[in-house]
Design a protein. Structure first.
Length: 205
């Protein structure tokens, strides 16, 4: 995929997605996780220090070797064991109905076939289990959304396939999961950054 995507993008993501406001949202989205958890798009392990005590173990899907290396210290310090179990969220190497919860944070924007990935999430969740998600995507403001669509080709090129204009709650619902809880907001910052900073925090089952 090239040096930029393979080696630079994971480091940029680690810096940009570890700010105070983002970490507060991460803490909120992991609330309620229990048992055996699958985290798709583990990245540099920014959620590893936040897992609730009720989590027994975390299986991580992470395609980037650099991201996995960056997570080493966070995984070591985590209160639960974290194992890398796959590279591709579109093809999970897991049996049906084996996870109590699935966690995605700033992940669904980059998966090429996001509908297939969400179908896989539904397949591996146990009855009563839930998807916890924190994602950026399509803004409700028409002007911002217009800029998101115009910027999408450039964003995909420079940010490892990231899409700005995905309507995450709609995609989750289309996969057959019911969105039970949803909060939306722009991250703090100047208005010029709004195409990148509209976020959804939610839970679906």
């Amino acid at each position: 995929m090239g040096i930029w995507t393979d080696r630079v993008v994971p480091r940029l993501a680690d810096r940009s997605l570890s700010t105070g406001p983002v970490m507060r949202l991460r803490r909120e989205v992991v609330s309620g996780l229990t048992g055996r958890v699958l985290e798709i798009g583990f990245g540099s392990g920014l959620n590893a220090s936040l897992y609730p005590d009720e989590v027994d173990r975390v299986d991580a899907v992470e395609p980037s070797d650099v991201g996995w290396q960056l997570s080493q210290d966070r995984r070591t310090a985590a209160s639960v064991p974290v194992d890398r179990v796959g590279l591709d969220g579109q093809r999970l190497e897991a049996d049906d109905e084996v996870y109590d919860a699935v966690l995605t944070t700033f992940t669904l924007c980059t998966i090429p076939d996001v509908s297939r990935a969400l179908a896989e999430v539904r397949r591996v969740l146990r009855p009563g289990g839930g998807l916890h998600f924190l994602e950026h995507g399509l803004a409700p403001d028409g002007r911002v959304a217009g800029w998101q669509r115009r910027l999408d080709p450039l964003q995909r090129t420079v940010a490892g396939g990231c899409h700005l204009s995905r309507d995450v709650p709609s995609l989750v619902a289309e996969a057959g999961l019911e969105v039970l809880d949803l909060a939306t907001s722009y991250l703090p910052g100047p208005a010029v950054g709004r195409p990148w900073t509209y976020v959804y925090r939610g839970r679906a089952a």
